[in-house]
Design a binder for this molecule. Structure first.
Ligand SMILES: NC(=O)c1ccc[n+]([C@@H]2O[C@H](COP(=O)([O-])OP(=O)(O)OC[C@H]3O[C@@H](n4cnc5c(N)ncnc54)[C@H](O)[C@@H]3O)[C@@H](O)[C@H]2O)c1
Length: 249
């Protein structure tokens, strides 16, 4: 392995953007991928303006053809991929008894099958290099459960199980797989949307309930991801690394 090359999904905004910027600071070339390539271009430019390497990629994690094209573009730009951050995701609030098959299927298609598709596309690069890092962004809702989020929390629980399985299956090939389950990370489109459903009281409680009395920021997740993809974390695999102000210990 001569060069570190990462694909970060859902990297146009929020947590994914923060991870892309953070990894780039460590000298990693970044494929900034999202549904909207134009939005990714802004992040890629931010990275380049700061002296890093990045390319904007269009890709829908639920559509294998788009992921294969994006991966090919990233390889052509920087060489084989050896770091994957499965961050892209959607959310939703529906009472369990009202959940439709279509809502259930769509949530699992993006939040669980999407990670399967992207990981299966990128893993052969890592195996060929004998080195790889996979970081999956799950959710504390998979640890705690979450009212009106059965489809979301189930998909994210699947991500934790997928992570452990990848760790076992590909550890012998020099590849680690870990997941970070955020709780509420503020200042992202997803958390703003969630608080429309949960209300201001819930928002205030988020900062007060727990040992660290502040809200989570995208950069908190990015810092943990940067360590997990580093050489120093080579003996850490299959783990769920809570970055949540100590709320789930
Ligand atoms: N923000 C939080 O409080 C929180 C808490 C728990 C878990 N998470 C998880 O963290 C991750 C990032 O969350 P965020 O708050 O930054 O969300 P966000 O909504 O701000 O950003 C998500 C990004 O993913 C992209 N995306 C969605 N579907 C996609 C698809 N099919 N293909 C490619 N890209 C797609 C979106 O376009 C968007 O840019 C998600 O997986 C989310 O479930 C977030």
């Amino acid at each position: 392995m001569t060069k570190k090359v990462a694909l970060v999904t859902g990297a146009a905004v929020g947590i994914g953007r923060a991870i892309a910027l953070r990894l780039a600071r460590d000298g990693i070339a970044i494929g900034v991928m999202d549904l909207n390539q134009a939005a990714c271009a802004t992040v890629a430019q931010e990275i380049k303006d700061a002296g890093g390497e990045a390319i904007a990629l269009a890709g829908d994690i639920a559509r294998r053809d788009t992921i294969q094209s994006a991966a090919a573009e990233l390889r052509a730009a920087f060489g084989p991929i050896n770091i994957l951050v499965n961050n892209a995701g959607i959310t939703g609030f529906v009472p369990f008894l009202e959940l439709t098959d279509a809502q259930w299927d769509r949530m699992l298609e993006v939040n669980l099958k999407g990670a399967f598709i992207v990981t299966q596309t990128i893993l052969p690069d890592m195996i060929a290099q004998g080195w790889g890092r996979i970081v999956n962004i799950s959710s504390s809702s998979a640890q705690s459960g979450a009212v009106n989020m059965a489809h979301y929390s189930s998909a994210k629980g699947g991500i934790i199980a997928l992570t452990k399985t990848l760790a076992q299956e590909f550890g012998p090939a020099g590849i680690t797989a870990n997941n970070i389950p955020p709780r509420f990370v503020m200042n992202t489109a997803m958390s703003e949307d969630s608080f429309k459903h949960l209300g201001q009281a819930s928002r205030d409680a988020m900062t007060q309930n727990g040992p660290i009395r502040r809200q989570g920021e995208p950069e908190d997740i990015a810092g943990a991801a940067a360590w997990l993809v580093s050489d120093e974390a080579g003996y850490v695999t299959g783990q769920t690394i809570g970055v949540n102000g100590g709320r789930y210990i």
